[in-house]
Design a protein. Structure first.
Length: 134
């Protein structure tokens, strides 16, 4: 999994999402799939910025058009964006964010079980890192 440095812009994230969903695409295929009126050169510029950042690679085979493919995983981007969000909005504390999400949602039994598991795992990691001290 590639490390994401910085956050993609909204436009870059839109292109990454297309590449994650469809795999390798040519510029014209990306332009066609974007689903709204965006200039061809705007998409080309964004794709090239993604290549420059190391998040997308481009390859040309023979006379085929250049194709672009994401080299970073969605989870990597998601984690970076969530870390940035938590730092920006809650000064690094996850409690206000989790409290807001849990109190404002109708959680299913499966979701509650997953949250309990995440808390148990976090407690175990904490005990391991502190040598069992509380």
């Amino acid at each position: 999994m590639s490390l994401v440095r910085g956050n993609p812009t909204e436009g870059e994230l839109e292109l990454l999402s297309l590449l994650w969903e469809h795999g390798s695409l040519s510029l014209s295929e990306v332009h066609e799939k974007i689903g709204r009126d965006v200039g061809y050169t705007t998409i080309q510029t964004r794709l090239n910025r993604l290549v420059d950042k190391g998040w997308v690679e481009k390859a040309k085979v023979g006379k085929q058009p250049t194709h672009y493919a994401a080299v970073i995983e969605p989870d990597s981007v998601r984690e970076t964006q969530l870390d940035h969000f938590v730092e920006k909005v809650t000064q690094g504390s996850v409690v206000p964010l989790v409290a807001h999400l849990v109190q404002g949602a109708d959680l299913t039994a499966d979701e509650l079980a997953e949250l309990r598991k995440l808390i148990r795992d976090a407690e175990q990691r904490r005990r391991s890192s502190t040598g069992g001290q509380r």
